[in-house]
Design a protein around this ligand. Structure first.
Ligand code: FAD
Ligand code: MG
Length: 357
């Protein structure tokens, strides 16, 4: 027995340190070799905002491939949904003579239809047809350098034209080959997909990452973000900006699994005039920046297209009606901040207020 033990000891002794050395070497190589780095982060400019993509657990080559896909999908959406690019379909629709029929791809139909669905749900607070108004206020391309309030008559003319139609004012027509065409409805119905198309692009971006074999990622574009999987078994940690102090985080969330979150605020694009903040989220009922009292709205749900549009809708609806809409919708959670200091979050909202924020 004793001899056997000695024999075993002699047999194992040189192997244990060797295994330890190999394990150490393996870890060291993984750590040193950037192609095995666990977290990759890339930021590029798209859709007038910074888009950052973080992936976890992919090799450098996998990450590069996935990120390229992400930005090509986003650019694709931008190429037809942008109101700013003259070759885009939305630009063509908005700049054609009234009544012009233009054949449109299924993607545009999906985005406009989802926008109209949210328009119905929100009693018109969200509206994908505010192009003329958004430009009138100077928010079509960021913020006008010396922003000024538009002439009252121009806003009144828009409201008058708007009130002539009970429906949306844009017609859909089926084409002979089974496709879809859109008939432009006039200046009161210019498309502006700024409150929804970024969300749609984020859904496609995350789908591309997953298809390219990356199941763990976080994509952030301005106030919109989409999450998948985890960060090496740990949740992704995200911060929500304080609406009155852009250096401060107001709340944070730890999220694992698939989820989209979108934040709409009056601090993103605004100018000061008449002692008031003239911001980019417009109330279709007044033709002016929303004065619902809400200054920040975050929505969490399963798709980014819905989170994006709903955060804008709830912002315009205000605290009471906004809360009611969130509570009515399955799988939709929200976090609302009023200018009077009142704060509310639905019980299922993933995130906590930060003390002293
Ligand atoms: P959200 O609250 O999600 O949306 C607010 C935006 O929605 C407003 O800016 C307006 O466009 C629209 N909106 C306002 N009121 C309403 C309402 N009641 N209902 C529905 N919609 C409303 N910006 C640039 O400066 N340069 C660009 O080249 C540029 N290209 C873009 C291309 C695309 C495809 C998209 C989608 C946006 C682009 N933008 C561009 C816009 C820019 O990124 C906006 O800041 C962004 O769309 C606003 O998003 P948000 O999440 O901050 O606000
Ligand atoms: Mg949004």
């Amino acid at each position: 027995m004793k001899g056997g033990l000695v024999m075993r000891d002699l047999h194992f002794k040189p192997i244990v340190p060797l295994l330890l050395l190999l394990a150490f070497l393996g870890f060291w190589l993984l750590w040193k070799n950037p192609s095995h780095q666990e977290l990759h982060a890339t930021t590029r400019l798209a859709m007038g905002t910074l888009v950052s993509v973080s992936t976890w657990g992919a090799t450098e080559a996998e990450d590069e491939n996935g990120v390229n896909w992400v930005f090509s999908r986003i650019k694709e959406v931008e190429s037809w949904a942008s109101k700013q690019i003259p070759s885009s379909l939305v630009y063509k629709i908005n700049h054609s003579p009234k009544g012009t029929l233009l054949e449109v791809p299924e993607e545009l139909v999906t985005v406009v239809h989802t926008g109209l669905e949210i328009r119905n749900l929100s009693g018109g607070a969200f509206d994908p047809g505010l192009g003329y108004l958004v430009d009138l206020w100077g928010f079509g391309n960021g913020v006008a350098e010396e922003g000024k309030i538009p002439e009252t008559q121009k806003i009144a003319a828009w409201l008058e034209e708007r009130n002539k139609h009970h429906d949306f004012g844009i017609q859909w027509v089926k084409t002979a080959n089974g496709g879809m065409a859109i008939q432009w409805g006039g200046f009161a119905y210019e498309l502006d997909l700024g409150g929804i198309a970024k969300g749609y692009a984020m859904d496609l971006a995350m789908e591309s990452l997953k298809l390219s074999g990356i199941p763990n990622a976080l994509i952030v574009a301005g106030g919109d973000m989409i999450i998948a999987g985890s960060k090496g078994g740990k949740p992704w940690r995200i911060g929500i900006q304080h609406p009155r102090d852009h250096n401060k985080v107001m709340a944070f969330a730890e999220i694992t699994g698939d989820m989209a979150m979108s934040t709409s605020g009056d601090y993103e694009r605004f100018f000061m005039a008449n002692g008031e903040r003239q911001h980019h989220i417009l109330d279709p009922k007044t033709g002016k920046p929303s004065r619902s009292g809400l200054i920040s709205v975050s929505i969490q749900t399963s798709t980014s297209i819905k989170a994006d549009a709903l955060s804008t809708a709830v912002f315009v609806l205000g605290m009471k009606e906004g809360k009611a809409l969130i509570e009515k919708l399955d799988g939709v959670e929200g976090m609302l901040v009023h200018e009077n200091g009142e704060r509310w979050k639905s019980p299922g909202f993933k995130g906590q207020w930060l003390e002293g924020s």
